[in-house]
Design a protein around this ligand. Structure first.
Ligand code: GAL
Length: 160
């Protein structure tokens, strides 16, 4: 895999493709919910920026599909892991936990998460570094139309 393959997130910074930008002068309320009109499709991306609380245990970014969670991205500070999973009919599937590098989120520090939808997976970058791909388990991408962010962070910026 060439280096360029892992630099997909850079196009976000230069092309500014986000139709909905939600800025807050201070903080967004947590838990935070917003709808994503028309849901996901290949090339659709979102960006979530915030600050991890100093004593954080965990937070999560959920991409919801009705009552199900198509993509749960869950940094856990006690375990120093980023858990990824899907919940269907209130049941969690197998967790994905491996990462190529070290834990990309830190207590007390700001972060920026980009999630890019492709045909077969979501690609995730944190602070400009690709961290993982998550192969779609719920494949009806247009129905994945709600973003939820909750847990031990302050939100500073959300673009959908
Ligand atoms: C559970 C946890 C859920 C969710 C899930 C992911 O143990 O209670 O909040 O993170 O793991 O697999």
């Amino acid at each position: 895999m060439g280096r360029g393959d892992w630099e997909w997130y850079r196009s976000f910074e230069t092309s500014k493709p986000f139709p909905n930008t939600l800025f807050s002068p201070s903080q967004q309320t947590i838990p935070f919910f917003t709808s994503i009109p028309n849901g996901f499709y290949p090339s659709k991306s979102i960006n979530i920026s915030g600050v991890v609380l100093p004593d954080a245990k965990r937070f999560h970014i959920n991409l919801r599909c009705g009552g199900d969670i198509a993509f749960h991205l869950n940094p856990r500070f006690n375990e120093k892991v980023v858990v990824r999973n899907t919940q269907i009919n209130n049941s969690w599937g197998p967790e994905e936990r491996s990462l190529p590098g070290r834990m990309p989120f830190n207590r007390g520090q700001s972060f920026s998460v980009w999630i890019l939808c492709e045909g077969h997976c979501f690609k995730v970058a944190v602070d400009g570094q690709h961290i993982c791909e998550y192969y779609h388990r719920l494949k009806n991408l247009p129905d994945i139309n709600t973003l939820e962010v909750a847990g031990d962070i302050q939100l500073t910026h959300v673009q959908t």
